[in-house]
Design a binder for this molecule. Structure first.
Ligand code: GAR
Length: 211
């Protein structure tokens, strides 16, 4: 068995996706070596501490600008040996410099079927549009807003969706399966860009399957 992949997780909020990672891949395919947040009050931080994972807060107003914050955060994650950075409800943009520190190794979970409804209010935007199919995308992160190559995508039909809370409740179980699966696939070296279309992520057959 190969050594677990050292993974850092960035969070801003509740941390249910972090919890899913801690409960599934942590200590198996991956070792979560660091959890960083832009918000000191993020409940996700306690989930990491409960499992003895080092945490740190990189608040925007503690630094001269966003680039300085990102530099400090990238350095801290690097010191902890991270080789993959997972955005699990991290609600701030990352600059090119941060992405260059982890080339091809930053992934995000987003609560819509991208490219529909990028940004911080995906579920509310989808509800306002009146869609009947919702979904979750796990994708590589590039310098755009939720624009990087798709890794996994799943949909759920909710023709009578009422509130954002209802939609989130339907999407959560998908997120909690898909994000750990994407981490395992990355750790296994199973994710490749299709040479014919680098925007397309190909999953190696041996570890492939639905998704
Ligand atoms: C998740 O639903 C995730 O898809 C979303 O934030 C939530 C975090 O929940 N991310 C985005 O909207 C990113 N644009 P969690 O803190 O319980 O994991």
């Amino acid at each position: 068995m190969p050594a677990p992949l050292p993974v850092a997780v960035l969070v801003s909020g509740t941390g249910t996706n972090l919890q899913a990672l801690l409960d599934t891949v942590h200590g198996r395919d991956a070792e979560i070596v660091a959890v960083a947040s832009n918000r000191a009050e993020a409940p996700a931080l306690a989930r990491a501490s409960d499992r003895d994972v080092p945490t740190a807060v990189f608040a925007r107003d503690a630094y001269e600008d966003r680039a300085a914050r990102d530099r400090a955060m990238a350095a801290w994650l690097g010191e902890h040996g991270a080789r993959l950075v997972v955005l699990a409800g991290y609600m701030a943009l990352l600059g090119e410099e941060f992405l260059a520190a982890f080339p091809g190794a930053v992934i995000n979970v987003h609560p819509s079927l991208l490219p529909a409804f990028p940004g911080a209010h995906a579920i509310e935007d989808a509800l306002a549009y009146g869609v009947k199919v919702f979904g979750v995308t796990v994708h590589f992160v590039d310098a755009g807003v939720d624009t990087g190559p798709v890794i996994l995508q799943r949909s759920v039909e909710l023709p009578d969706a009422g509130s954002a809370e209802d939609v989130l409740a339907a999407l959560r179980p998908l997120e909690h399966e898909m994000l750990p699966r994407a981490v395992s696939l990355f750790a296994a070296g199973a994710l490749r860009a299709d040479p014919a279309n680098p925007r397309r992520t190909v999953i190696a057959a041996a570890v492939g399957g639905a998704g």
